[in-house]
Design a protein around this ligand. Sequence first.
Ligand code: NAD
Length: 479
Amino acid sequence: MQLENYIEGKFIPPFHGNYLENLNPAENIVIAQIPESTAEDVELAVKSATNAQPIWSTTPLNERIDWLRKIAAALDLRKSEIAMLESIDTGKPVKLAERVDANRSVSNFTFFADHAENLAELRFEMADATNYVIRKPVGTVGLITPWNLPLYLLTWKIAPALVMGNTIVAKPSELTPLTANLLCEVLDSINFPKGVINIVHGLGSIVGQAIVEHPKISAISFTGGTATGKIVAATAAPMFKKLSLELGGKNATIILDDADLSIAAQGAARAAFTNSGQVCLCGSRILVADAIYDEFVEKLVSEVSNMTVGNPQLTDTDIGSVISQEHMNKILSYIDLAANEHGRILTGGKQLSLPKPNADGAFIAPTLIDRIPIDSRCATEEIFGPVATIHRFSSDEEAIDMANLTQYGLAGSVWTSDTERGKAVAEQVESGILWVNTWLHRDLRTPFGGVKNSGVGREGGDWSLNFFSELTNICVKDD
Ligand code: NAD
């Protein structure tokens, strides 16, 4: 398969004619060639997007909403293909990709269509005047996304940007380009207005950087690692671009002494190992109350040891491969480091060799490590793989202090039979998203984003629509 960029409604080869290899990490084989684009391709995409801007921004809101619904309907017909492509591109189990990636990629469009349709009018009456707020598009926006939830996160940005009247230059991760290409095929098949959405494939340091630097791109919505976010912010901030940064996490799962231990063990295992631990919201630090530590850890180890790691294409697989050989080596280096940091491996802790066709795939057994200091590198740095550390605490206050010990502040969960106690703990954790007795239970209307080094700004519902619009207040003095 050879992919091309999608610019001005056409699939076109990269300016310099160079291509990168795209691999299936579960089999370590090349599955596609993708454009190794450069600043010239970004220039072309920006021209296409800025040319389309006057017409798209003045297309009435109800027509833009109709377009979102048409995209959703056309994507819906290709859901099983989306799941299959995400699975071969990322190594995640196809059943997970069906349940999570394919469904959310469609519902992102229907959700933002509904949300924009019901957007509350902003009006502020004064004694002698009335203020009303209108929304204008920001202009041409740059969207940059990671590999862990490829189409899910791309459409999470595209849908609100589109409905608010912006035109788009987007760059999917070079590791997972296949479903962005499928989206372009879908746009083509429904005769979506040309130039409104442009997709440029290639390396982050070249294509991503060229998007962030481009003076005609007025806003950047970036999801990815904290180190990359720093570069994006350093480039975009002096240009006074609107900036949304959704970055890394090192989230705490807090098990209080009154939790239902079976439910909490299932929840903690799911939070730690969904998508091989490669979800920014994954609970990679499990904090456990002293009084129930041994009983809980025994249940958790049993949950995790029962997970089936294997061929992502098989329906009984719980955990597939990680994203690449390089990432696998990084994760394994943290497992080695854990030994130096006095950690004890309770289960996993090694690369797995599987039968063909996965013999050369990047598989790691889900790994639990305890007895490792809460301020160790393994317990404070984002590993972004199937590795979780377990730590003991003796009071709710200590659990909160431990949860707040990292540079990150994205998410977390608290498990307890006392909801009020759970809420009291959750409210003191320095994170943007906390769950009590659940994990990754998402209502798309709610604010999503992190504090500290996990990001700047919020996405979701009104927050996304506000980011992708310029709010203009008009104050009219009474006669
Ligand atoms: P990454 O930062 O390496 O890459 C993200 C994207 O940025 C890719 O498309 C990449 O090509 C691009 N990029 C790289 N250098 C760039 C540059 N100089 N300028 C512009 N773009 C550039 O992240 P990744 O490895 O793809 O994804 C994993 C990370 O993403 C983890 O840290 C994870 O926590 C984070 N993440 C966060 C969220 C969230 O909502 N907070 C969601 C998913 C993933």
